[in-house]
Design a protein around this ligand. Sequence first.
Ligand SMILES: [Zn+2]
Ligand SMILES: [Zn+2]
Length: 327
Amino acid sequence: MRAMLLEQPQSPLRWSECARPEPGPDQVLLRVKACGVCRTDLHVCDGELTQPKLPLVLGHEIVGIVEAVGERVERFQLGDRVGVPWLGGTCGVCRFCERGQENLCEAAQFTGYQIDGGYAEFTVADQRFCFPIPLKYSDAEAAPLLCAGLIGYRSLVMCGDARRLGIYGFGAAAHIVAQVARFQGREVFAFTRPDDVAAQQFARDMGAKWAGSSDEQPPELLDAAILFAPVGALVPQALRCLDKGGVVVCGGIHMSDIPRFPYELLWGERVIRSVANLTRRDGEEFLKLAPQVPVRTEVQTFALSAANEALSALREGRLRGAAVLVP
Ligand SMILES: [Zn+2]
Ligand SMILES: [Zn+2]
């Protein structure tokens, strides 16, 4: 099969021929129909997430058709359309798995990081961590739901009943979260790179009540702010916009250092927290909710062989919505 391989961090992916994987007893073999490009992929490419499997097939927003199944597979059949998320496996026995926090599992395995992912014509995945894809979505439209949507949803849940919600970084995750937030009756305030007029327009198109630059103060104090931009300096900036009792949720897996800031910004029971990975329950809840909203994903498709271009477009903030590779 053809795949885009990461051979070494900080070098471009290479268009390669490699062996088609064989499904293990609990795995399905998928013909990849679409695979989303996530900011986490950039962090792996750049070496900010260390010690990936090498060579590695990136990609953890996979939509594929089941072509073969292992002997213990009972959840899916040949021809089913399934989605593969970032969480690719857990131990099931550690203290986190036992208390329903499998996102924090001590021995978790992640798709497109420790396990080969979806920047390829075929992939294998553990059936227990795959989801059926709602019929409403095309393959490419469904792909961003699997990480941008899922992690965005988990971040939104961490905001509790916040009515005035700030979102920093208006890309793939934000455009999905904004739609869910509006559906839930919240007001969305979008913050973009300074003077990124296109992103601010995109945010307003997705229902934001206000859109401005990340260094601006919104017209009202916020109850919560989600940071999707991997920029630590935004943490104190977001705290400045937060009402007492509010929360700043850091939604990314990697972020530059948070600069020091006066305690006064945190005072008033304001909270800063991160969101790590996802649980299968997040996936079930979100994939049920998405068609009800209905969440509409905006995607820009690229050929599999153009994965490097898609990554560059994401890095440079040139995308409206999500980049999706289509083999
Ligand atoms: Zn992701
Ligand atoms: Zn575990």
